[in-house]
Write a new protein. Sequence first.
Length: 352
Amino acid sequence: MIYQGVLNRYGSLLDLPAHTTPVTLLEGNTPLIPMPRLAEELGGGFELYVKYEGLNPTGSFKDRGMTAAISEAAGRGAKAVICASTGNTAASAAAYATRAGMRCVVIIPRGKVAAGKLAGAIAYGARVIQIDGSFDDALNLVVEVSNKHPIALVNSLNPYRLEGQKSGAFEICDVLGSAPDWFCLPVGNAGNITSYWMGFRQYNALKQSGLPQILGVQAEGSAPLVLGHPVDHPETVATAIRIGRPARGEQALEAAEQSNGRIIAVSDEAILAMQKRLAANGVWVEPASAAGLAGMRHDLEAGKIDLKGKRVVVVCTGHGMKDPDIVAKQMEAPTVLPARLADIEEAVVGAK
Ligand code: AN7
């Protein structure tokens, strides 16, 4: 069977209006990569898989929900879409909108969007507006604009984003044969955690695939769901999840509670350490994407979670290439040498 994207594969399970007209880049169908060595490094005794969402067409998990939101908007004749973004939503909206022949406007927090995301949004032809404000300010603005003008909102307040995003849960259950015991992911605006919980519940009702316990992970400086109140000036090196007022916060808390899981926060240092560890195991992700596993490691080391004999799936939401600057800042710069054999030999094998 030829793979034709999320709507084609799982459309019958997604609650989308009849007018929906598929706009796809063949998103989804991302690999569930076994990580046996990393599991050993974390103490062993459990099965660990990374759902590598950075391999979607625009380099992040957002494409699953975006194909649904843009397909719905296109089907009712929308001519333009708008979103607020910490970067990945912007690139995804821009790609699917141009695919559908629609205009796309994205509003982003100035200076806080990783280079690969901004470049993507521009390359796909979006109108990019930076504001002197946070993601949360940008989201308020796009909600107002979309209420006043005929321009479709494609943030995860749009219910069709969640519908498309559920496909990630279906894929995991299809590949493993059932839901994992634990399911970890980063939490920013909280659309993803909400969607996965919807997806796992729907599949369980349909196919008795079971339900995972969910561990949602925020960055310490941007952890409204852990603190129990909004954060006015969120900060974190993981700019993707630099969000102080998550639009789907209530639902995220419900997902954690109903699944007998929790939402925790980890430090920027722990996030960057896990980014390096994942890369050392062959999976290079952007900082926010390492937060889920950093959270699991935190709870393991604190003795708050027992994974013996368990199956764990961690979602790595975005590709490492999205944020090249963080590597330049955190990791060793390449050596510069003259183009002379003797120098090269000394550097390579330590001999002259
Ligand atoms: C790599 O692009 O909010 O909890 O505007 O880019 O569903 O918001 C991105 C979020 C995790 C958090 N990992 O997901 C945006 C945006 C990465 C992300 C999240 C984001 P949600």
